[in-house]
Design a binder for this molecule. Structure first.
Ligand SMILES: NC(=O)C1=CN([C@@H]2O[C@H](COP(=O)(O)OP(=O)(O)OC[C@H]3O[C@@H](n4cnc5c(N)ncnc54)[C@H](O)[C@@H]3O)[C@@H](O)[C@H]2O)C=CC1
Ligand SMILES: O=C(CO)COP(=O)(O)O
Length: 320
């Protein structure tokens, strides 16, 4: 069994470092100069500063070489997943493709496993998701994630192949639930960051996390997912991490909105596009998702934070 990771950002590099303890791993970087610099310096200075790349990890900009592996981890931003798959369709046909991105595609309303299935129906599609910061995985800190694969036998095999000493995987066949949990927790993290940034307090954050979780459940159940998946690492677990840590980029975007500060647009923040995609999807499905909708209004500057808070508080009273 050989493994390649496509995407040499923070998460792809961290996963490659962890997996390299089990055998050789190939990490694909789309920029040949970056690949060479990483190979020479044995570091990913831009995305994971201070971490040395293990000997078992080789970096390449050659997609053909990377696609020689049987298992490919796709660690690129959600909105670029389809183009990476489409551009390399022939090379990826029949492979085991494990999406490592979190989000919902803006144009289609699909999650990462559904996108893989649409572009490469013959591939074995899976999803690796859950609470983990790349910096923690790269440093070998204990982490637990969800491996979702509809094919139970393939999922069991992948669980064993991708578990490492400090990266413990739980498995599920509910790919839809895992996709929705991982995607929506980023939207809720933006909302929580905004509340904390604006000084609205920890109680307001707890309320948003809880009502945000209710929205995650609502969308998941309406999409055919299981409620218990949302209660696991891919849903509740990642919501808890991302809504409470300054290490989260989604949470930090929220903080900057709450503080009326600029945010570097080059930083990968999956929750912004996902909020728009989910708000549109919720409207099509007739689902009430006020927190998600409010996040789209905040990021598109249709509401200020105080208007957004007032709007949520003034909604008609209802049963919990
Ligand atoms: N950083 C973290 O702690 C974690 C990230 N993730 C997920 O991993 C995914 C990737 O995030 P990061 O690695 O953190 O982002 P990043 O910004 O560090 O890296 C993204 C990588 O994707 C590459 N890329 C961008 N557009 C591309 C394209 N069109 N074709 C090929 N490659 C392209 C970039 O060159 C870069 O190497 C996201 O969906 C994120 O939610 C999941 C768990 C933890
Ligand atoms: O997904 C993550 C933690 O599980 C990383 O969160 P951010 O993308 O917000 O940094």
């Amino acid at each position: 069994m050989t493994i390649s990771v496509l995407g040499s950002g923070a998460f792809g590099t961290a996963l490659a470092i962890s997996l390299a303890e089990k055998g050789p791993v190939s990490l694909w970087a789309r920029n040949p100069m970056k690949a060479q610099a990483m190979q020479d310096s044995r570091r990913n200075g831009t995305r994971l500063p201070g971490v040395e790349l293990p000997e078992n990890l080789s970096i390449t900009a050659d997609m053909t070489e990377a696609c020689e592996s049987e298992i490919l981890l796709l660690a690129v931003p959600m909105q670029t997943l389809r183009s990476v798959l489409s551009e390399n369709k022939a090379k990826l046909a029949g492979k085991t493709l494990v999406a490592c991105c979190k989000g919902i595609e803006l144009d289609s309303g699909l999650g990462p496993v559904a996108v893989i299935r649409e572009v490469l129906p013959d591939a074995q599609a899976a999803l690796l998701t859950g609470p983990s910061f790349a910096a923690d995985i790269a440093r070998g800190l204990p982490t637990a994630l969800t491996l979702a694969c509809e094919d139970a036998e393939a999922g069991k095999k992948l669980q064993e192949q991708l578990t490492t000493a400090n990266l413990r995987l739980y498995r599920t066949t509910d790919t839809t639930g895992a996709e929705i949990g991982g995607a929506l927790k980023n939207v809720m993290a933006i909302a929580c960051g905004a509340v904390i940034g604006a000084g609205l307090g920890d109680s307001a954050r707890a309320a948003l996390m809880t009502r945000g979780y209710a929205e995650m459940q609502r969308m998941a159940l309406a999409s055919g997912a299981k409620a218990e998946t949302l209660a696991g690492l891919s849903g509740f677990g990642d919501l808890a991490l991302t809504c409470t840590s300054d290490l989260s980029r989604n949470y930090r975007l929220g903080l900057s909105i709450g503080r009326s500060e600029e945010f570097d647009p080059s930083i990968t923040v999956e929750g912004a596009a996902t909020a728009r995609a989910v708000a549109a999807q919720a409207q099509r499905m007739g689902l009430d998702m006020p927190v998600t909708l409010t996040v789209t209004n905040l990021i598109d500057q249709r509401l200020t934070i105080s208007e957004a808070a007032a709007h949520l508080l003034k909604r008609p009273l209802k049963e919990e």
